[in-house]
Ligand binder design. Structure first.
Ligand SMILES: CC(C)(COP(=O)(O)OP(=O)(O)OC[C@H]1O[C@@H](n2cnc3c(N)ncnc32)[C@H](O)[C@@H]1OP(=O)(O)O)[C@@H](O)C(=O)NCCC(=O)NCCS
Length: 184
């Protein structure tokens, strides 16, 4: 069956917990991030929080009735308000100014059995299209993951700066994140 990307409705509990399970696999205990995520905490603290933010949306990639990837996005202004203004120095905040109204590609996770099939790319494209439809000028993301960085660069993103600092979640292992943006 063909892979399709569509918006996740959090009322669909089956698809929501499948998507959360992939998130836990990639960001949770035993992953390179080793954060203490559970399916329940991802649904409450990642998915629901994402969708409360301005223009918050979650896309899933599906194949044979199963979720195989998930990516969330929202207005970049929300990221700045909640995290950037506290943790990023002024000059780094200013680096986003030339990009105008920016949409933020937050988390993305693809099931390890389905990596390198272009699913991360499709999830990014869906969020670009959505941001464009909403009238955003550009998109931004940050990452420490080499595959996401490669993908971002191949989709035309330019790195603006690197910044070290921990997040609000238990990402104390994350030291140096790279920040990217591109026009839509
Ligand atoms: C990042 C992630 C979403 C990519 O998903 P994916 O479906 O494999 O992505 P794609 O297949 O669209 O593209 C991956 C690209 O990275 C490359 N790549 C894969 N593994 C890599 C690695 N370890 N180092 C460098 N590049 C790598 C692939 O060759 C591909 O590039 P290409 O299109 O030029 O061939 C997936 O690896 C993942 O879930 N990682 C764990 C969670 C995470 O760290 N998410 C990002 C932080 S929010």
């Amino acid at each position: 069956m063909k892979m399709e990307v569509k918006a996740l409705n959090l009322r669909n509990r089956k698809l929501t917990s499948q998507a959360a399970a992939i998130f836990v696999k990639r960001f949770g205990p035993g992953s390179m991030y080793n954060d203490p995520w559970t399916i329940e905490s991802v649904v409450e603290n990642v998915f629901r929080e994402n969708n409360k933010k301005r223009h918050g949306k979650i896309f899933i990639a599906m194949e044979n009735g199963q979720v195989i990837g998930v990516g969330g996005s929202h207005a970049f202004s929300e990221f700045m308000r909640e995290w950037g203004r506290e943790h990023l120095p002024k000059e780094h905040q200013a680096a986003f100014k030339p990009f105008g109204k920016t949409y933020y590609l937050d988390f993305v996770a693809v099931h390890p059995d389905h990596e390198n099939r272009g699913i991360g790319r499709k999830l990014a494209e869906a969020r670009h299209e959505y941001g464009k439809k909403l009238g955003y000028d550009s998109v931004a993301l940050r990452t420490i993951h080499p595959a996401r960085e490669k993908l971002a660069r191949s989709m035309g993103y330019k790195m603006l700066f690197e910044h070290s600092g921990s997040g609000r979640v238990a990402s104390s292992t994350i030291t140096q994140r790279k920040y990217f943006a591109r026009r839509l």
